[in-house]
Design a protein around this ligand. Structure first.
Ligand SMILES: CC(C)(COP(=O)(O)OP(=O)(O)OC[C@H]1O[C@@H](n2cnc3c(N)ncnc32)[C@H](O)[C@@H]1OP(=O)(O)O)[C@@H](O)C(=O)NCCC(=O)NCCS
Length: 229
């Protein structure tokens, strides 16, 4: 398996391949806690639009992982949103409906976040390459780049139902420190849009700590491989 990592470019062939990956990975993840009706909003067009926006967005850093030359996953980092520094009213349009909601983080532990801190907005791998260590490789590669650019800390929000993500982040040294709500929205009957919120946990690590956990994980895996021969 040949793995390479590069920056997301504004190329339709890459966006289409990644939208497929994103949709498959997202659908598999959500099937346990979303109904078919709730999932009906998440069409291919939704993922293409989101990725196209990411490719154009100069506020975020997006890296793509290719397996044997095929775009198979991505990670996106950006500045910590302002609602971490106080409650904020988020507003916009969805399906022609205007919405507004209060976005707030409930801190269980104190964490200092500044302009050297980033949030991991998304990390998604194609289902057939999950749990093979590629997520860790993608983190390791991108964290070294972020460290070289002067960033120190990371936060991540994950859905409370996403046990794999929780295990993955905790193995990378992230520790939970807060809670919030993320907006999902569902189409009910083609006429009305119902907005719903899901519970998220928020975790933090320093980049140094994550790199240390990745190194220790690699050493443990090498040790158990050598012992088995
Ligand atoms: C979460 C994700 C990015 C992790 O990347 P990955 O390459 O699958 O993870 P790794 O193989 O590097 O695994 C690292 C650890 O994460 C946990 N883990 C990851 N995927 C898992 C799975 N499918 N089942 C069980 N544990 C899993 C394990 O604890 C694993 O440690 P181990 O190898 O010592 O058992 C990837 O599985 C993914 O894309 N999942 C779907 C999308 C998603 O949940 N994104 C996060 C949204 S917040």
């Amino acid at each position: 398996m040949k793995i390479s990592i590069c920056k997301l470019e504004k190329r339709m062939d890459t966006i289409l391949a990644l939208a497929e990956v994103y949709q498959q990975s997202y659908n598999r993840l959500s099937e346990r806690y979303k109904t078919a009706q709730e999932m009906s909003f998440y069409t291919k067009g939704y993922f293409i639009k989101k990725l196209w926006k990411m490719a154009k967005d100069d506020q975020s850093i997006v890296s793509v992982v290719c397996v044997n030359g095929q775009p198979s996953g991505f990670i996106r980092y950006s500045k910590v949103p302002s609602y971490y520094h106080g409650q904020e009213v988020e507003s916009g349009y969805l399906d022609g409906f205007e919405y507004a909601r209060c976005h707030k983080v409930y801190f269980d532990d104190e964490v200092t976040l500044d302009d050297k801190s980033l949030i991991v907005n998304q990390i998604y791998l194609a289902p057939h390459i999950q749990h093979l260590g590629i997520g860790r490789i993608l983190f390791k590669h991108t964290l070294k780049e972020l460290k070289a650019k002067g960033y120190n800390d990371l936060v991540i929000e994950y859905n409370i139902h996403n046990d794999n993500a929780r295990k993955f982040y905790h193995k990378l040294g992230f520790r939970d420190f807060g809670r919030s709500k993320d907006m999902d929205h569902i189409l009910s009957d083609g006429r009305r849009t119902i907005f719903c919120l899901s519970d998220v946990r928020i975790a933090h690590t320093t980049i140094d700590n994550a790199l240390k956990h990745i190194r220790e994980g690699e050493m443990m895996k090498r040790g158990s491989y050598e012992r088995s021969y």
